[in-house]
Design a protein around this ligand. Structure first.
Ligand code: MLT
Length: 402
């Protein structure tokens, strides 16, 4: 028996599982504690009414012999692909139906995309970074060994710091695969058109593929590009991941999509064909009921309802940022993102701030160091809570620090 030894190299628990364990232990020891959870980016608002109604109707469809749907064929059902295509058209991006692959999540897709790339590719990731990109490359043997500084020996790190406003800079070195996330998880910063253009130029020059995670694009308010495909040249070098999770409250329902442009080829092979082959073999699609719900979020009525929810979370994020700044914290994000990224008090490590906030304020956040060594000394709070609990969290932090 041989196991995949790469799994032994990983930290025992996924970041959010680790936090969950700590919070459960604290709650068990302090049953009276009124904990406010602003850690994992999970939504709290109900699904848009348009989605609920469409899903009810879809359940009824499943009850009729003529309307029943079995395996959701191909890479998504055409009504949802059409709606996604129209959604892209609204921002001026042309996407062909054949380029859209509907799935159960951007987490799954950004994790699974590595299946179609070789083990010896040079992979670039931001630091700090959404842990899925790193952990899945560790599993695939592309990351090498972890060093004392917390970096994996074979990964190329794009260090994002306050000095570069947490924007990944194009490196001098070659990379084959580059993970970018904008608006960024965890820092909440959105990349500008000029920054994305630099990356597209780099990828086309180097023959690299940009793995562009746009799961938070709906939170953009300042005119930053909502799709990598708004950047000329991106169709020959980028794959885009999008999701209904944070946009339409589908974290529990599960629906997302990946766009692989027809022009994207490497070594004379079409990348979309490989991704389609991978998905057709290992994935049987998203349920009809879910796809109907997702489609409804892209109707005129659905869009209005989705926007109300986005506004709600955005108001929370702004309140967190403003409240923490008034308590003396330096903050980023919270403008184009549900995430606020803050600097811990001078000299305080991320996990120390986590413990302090949990023990003294009964607030759960996410330690920046959980996203990589450059996140040390930083901390992430999410705007996905309720408005009341968010306001209460801000009050508690202000009372402790102001
Ligand atoms: C997060 O908190 O970073 C997200 O919830 C993770 C995810 O979307 O998988």
């Amino acid at each position: 028996m041989q196991l995949n030894d790469n799994f032994q190299k990983l930290q025992k628990n996924y970041l959010f599982a680790n936090i969950g364990q700590r919070v459960r232990a604290y709650q068990a020891a302090h049953p009276e504690a009124d904990i406010i959870r602003l850690g994992i980016g999970d939504v709290t608002r109900p699904l848009p009414a348009a989605a609920i109604e469409a899903m009810h109707r879809a359940v009824e469809d499943m009850a009729g012999a003529d309307t029943f749907v079995g395996y959701p064929t191909d890479y998504g059902l055409h009504f949802l692909e059409d709606a996604i295509q129209a959604d892209y058209a609204r921002i001026g991006v042309d996407v062909d139906i054949s380029e859209i692959y509907i799935s159960d999540g951007a987490k799954s897709d950004t994790g699974n995309i590595g299946d179609i790339f070789g083990a010896d590719n040079a992979v670039a990731v931001c630091d700090p970074v959404y842990p899925v990109y790193v952990d899945t490359n560790v599993m695939a043997g592309r990351a090498g060994e972890i060093a004392a500084d917390g970096h994996w020996s074979k990964l190329l790190y794009l260090t994002c710091t306050a000095e570069n406003d947490f924007a990944p800079q194009v490196p001098d070195e070659h990379a084959d695969l580059v993970y970018l996330c904008s608006p960024n998880n965890p820092t909440g910063q959105a990349m500008s058109e000029a920054q994305l253009s630099d990356w597209v130029a780099y990828a086309n020059r180097e023959g690299a593929v940009l793995l562009y995670d746009a799961a938070y694009e709906a939170f953009i308010t300042d005119g930053s590009p909502r799709s990598i495909f708004l950047i000329p040249g991106a169709r020959t070098c980028a794959i885009e991941f999008r999701s209904f999770s944070k946009t339409a409250g589908f974290t529990g329902v599960r629906c997302a999509y990946t766009v692989v442009p027809k022009e994207l080829e490497r070594n004379g092979i079409n990348i979309g064909t490989l991704w389609g082959r991978r998905q057709a073999t290992k994935f049987n699609g998203v349920s009809y009921i879910t796809q109907k719900g997702a489609e409804a979020t892209l109707t005129e009525e659905g869009r209005v309802q989705v926007q109300e929810t986005l506004d709600y979370y955005q108001a929370n994020a702004k309140a967190i940022r403003a409240g923490l700044e008034s308590a003396g914290f330096k903050c980023w994000g919270g403008i184009n993102s549900p995430y606020v990224w803050l600097k811990a008090p001078e000299g305080m490590a991320s996990w120390d701030l986590f413990d302090l906030l949990l023990n003294e304020c009964q607030i759960v956040g996410t330690p920046g160091s959980g996203f990589g060594p450059a996140g040390e000394g930083y901390f992430r709070l999410t705007g996905f809570g309720t408005a009341e609990r968010t306001a209460e969290a801000v009050r508690r932090i202000q009372a402790r620090f102001a």
